[in-house]
Design a protein around this ligand. Structure first.
Ligand SMILES: [Mg+2]
Length: 165
């Protein structure tokens, strides 16, 4: 069902009908839709274990309030999931989204070898979202640095508290 795009957009996946058009709403995943608190211990200590951290992403509980938000947002606004998770866990992430029957249209992940800080990665992808003809009208984030980035880009952003990011 979901289809990974090609070439320069291979870190994007569309759910069904290719890249949506028009005004869209952006959601972060970790700390917004997925409760990643049980994985945070992999990042503590001298050597953060990012592989272990991401490989267990499909075990995260759902954050019910954000799932409800997804349900009630008008269907005329396609949902873009913009996450700092790497493309190596794209299948796990799509499986998790399917398991909870979450609504989404475009999934954008961090490409192989992209170690930019999350706010830089998300700023770059936001520019590419706009280049693709989409207009983000609202975003949901748990990382204050990303909230500030969206607001600097003229996109209102709702801060959701997770206690980690
Ligand atoms: Mg987050």
């Amino acid at each position: 069902m979901a289809e990974r795009l090609r070439d320069s957009h291979s870190n994007w996946a569309s759910r069904e009908r290719g890249v949506p058009r028009g005004e869209v709403v952006i959601f972060d995943i970790d700390g917004v839709l997925a409760d990643a608190s049980a994985r945070q211990h992999f990042l503590k200590g001298v050597r953060p274990d990012w592989d272990a951290f991401f490989e267990r992403c499909h075990e995260d509980p759902l954050i019910e309030e954000a799932a409800r938000l997804l349900q009630v947002i008008d269907r005329r606004y396609p949902i873009v999931l913009l996450t700092g998770r790497p493309v190596s866990v794209m299948e796990l992430t799509i499986g998790w989204l399917n398991r909870y029957q979450l609504r989404w249209d475009l999934l954008i992940m961090r490409d192989y070898g992209d170690y930019a800080a999350a706010r830089h990665f998300k700023a770059r992808e936001t520019a590419r979202i706009r280049q693709a003809g989409l207009s983000p009208v609202l975003a949901f984030e748990d990382d204050v640095r990303n909230v500030e980035m969206f607001q600097a880009e003229g996109i209102p952003c709702v801060y959701m508290h997770s206690g980690y990011y």
